[in-house]
Design a protein around this ligand. Structure first.
Ligand code: 5AD
Ligand code: SF4
Length: 445
């Protein structure tokens, strides 16, 4: 058979899970660009399919296997097709994936993406390639530099990976490994490069991003110092960061929310539960009261800040009263948005190894329903309160309606208008309506 000409091979990447995976997928696509791949939007036309997976809850991991099952016919029709699994399922299950799905050619864990071009070259036609090591080097540094193509105005930038917190339910410390921060200069260089290519808003990513401690010339910098330095980059207008642990919310980071104009007033600060007994069993190392006092301090620095969080219901041992404590905490905080999940035991985590009985599924579902109802009501209240107010919006793309433009407010609301603005423009908008998941407004010039 004729060789596929270089630069015409087609890559389909499907991304599951968190924003760190979104960032990793972009970087993997760029790295495979060096091996002649361009990205396509459907698996049917691909020469290589790469699933960037999530292992955080059982459902997320199972989705990967059902998706792989769907590719069987494609592989039978095209034996040249390469199928790869990346991300946290790859890290957690390794060779097991190839045993369960023999048509998988390549398995690569999140710390080995810089080896992807090599692995891709090796894999296929019965040859398997697997790498789930935790090497010392910075995988992002080793990945090919981002080409100087124009970018969408909002971008992610991973500054920290891994987690040393070991919450009892969580697989992250095992799949992403120990906390590692990228050096300050590398982060700044990447940020400057993004800005040159049209980016105006950067979200700094890390599993535990506020534990950032990057090597810098004068020693080690925390996240607040990094943000203040990034704020000096001309053309970069907005900075966000996610996800944070309450115990790493240092004073200087709280202060930055008050005095750094480019740091947006939105904070994702998961608490997981409002019951001290459950927080202890989860190994969260903080109480509900400490979390509430922390939010008071953050709001003292930035009164209008939009708070977001994560919750787990049905953690083993959670009584009705424990759950009511979670509901009370939510009522007290008044979230702008929050994510909530039913506890899912993850193999290898301390909570899954314990004998404590699982909560009845019906009880857990009912609690999740009630919590989500409360959170949705708070989200709507927060949105409705914006009507009549002025916000600043970074416009990111055209909307579905003719003439419509869509962007994000400083509080991370989706905002749409039908006035004439360019993608990448930041403009003042008066909010006129609050819909189920977005706000409508008119441009103020
Ligand atoms: N079961 C349910 N939810 C979980 N999360 C993490 N691990 C689990 C689990 N085993 C949730 C937490 C975390 C978010 C990313 O996912 O709320 O903050
Ligand atoms: Fe998982 Fe977050 Fe806890 Fe780390 S801090 S173990 S990533 S839930």
């Amino acid at each position: 058979m004729a060789e596929t000409p270089s630069n015409t091979k087609k890559l389909y990447i499907k991304t599951y899970g968190c924003q760190m995976n979104v960032y990793d997928s972009e970087r993997m696509a760029e790295a495979l660009g060096g091996s002649g791949y361009t990205e396509v939007s459907s698996p049917e036309e691909a020469d290589m399919i790469l699933l960037n997976t999530c292992h955080i809850r059982e459902k997320a991991a199972e989705k990967v296997y059902s998706e792989l099952g769907r590719y069987k016919d494609l592989k039978l029709a095209n034996p040249d097709l390469k199928i790869g699994v990346a991300g946290c399922v790859a890290q957690a299950e390794g060779e097991e994936i190839m045993r369960r799905q023999p048509m998988v050619d390549l398995v690569v864990g999140p710390q080995s993406y810089h080896r992807l071009p090599e692995l891709e070259a090796k894999a296929g036609h019965g040859q398997k390639a697997l790498d789930t090591d935790f090497p010392e080097e910075d995988k992002f540094e080793k990945l090919k530099a981002r080409p100087k193509a124009k970018r969408a105005p909002a971008a992610f930038l991973t500054v920290q990976e891994g987690c040393d917190k070991f919450c009892a339910f969580c697989v992250v410390p095992y799949t992403r490994g120990a906390e590692v921060s990228r050096p300050v200069e590398r982060v700044l260089a990447e940020a400057r490069d993004l800005v040159e290519r049209g980016v105006r808003e950067i979200t700094l990513l890390g599993q535990n991003v506020n534990a950032y401690h990057g090597a810098a010339k004068g020693g080690t910098w925390g996240l607040a110092q990094l943000i203040r330095e990034l704020a000096k980059v001309d053309g970069l207008e907005r900075i966000r960061f996610t996800t944070s642990h309450p115990n790493d919310m240092e004073d200087d980071l709280i202060a930055a929310h008050g005095d750094c104009g480019k740091l947006m007033p939105y904070l994702h600060l998961p608490v997981q539960s409002g019951s001290d007994k459950i927080l202890k069993a989860m190994n969260r190392k903080h109480t509900a009261e400490e979390y509430l006092r922390l939010i008071e301090r953050i709001r003292a620095a930035r009164p209008d800040i939009a708070m977001s969080g994560d919750f787990i219901v049905g953690f083993p041992g959670e009584t009705d009263q424990d759950f009511e404590d979670t509901m009370s905490l939510v009522r007290e905080v008044k979230y702008a948005s929050a994510f909530s999940f039913k506890y899912s035991p993850r193999p290898g985590t301390p909570a899954a190894e314990k004998e404590t009985k699982m909560i009845e599924p019906d009880v857990a579902s009912e609690r999740l329903y009630r919590l989500q109802e409360l959170i949705t009501a708070q989200q709507h209240a927060f949105q409705d309160a914006m009507v009549g107010r002025e916000v600043s919006v970074l416009f990111e793309r055209k909307g579905r309606m003719p003439g419509q433009m869509v962007g994000k407010s400083e509080y991370l609301h989706a905002v749409h208008i039908t006035d004439d603005v360019d993608v990448g423009e930041i403009a003042r908008v008066r909010i006129t309506e609050s819909g189920p998941n977005s706000l409508g407004g008119v441009l103020l010039r």
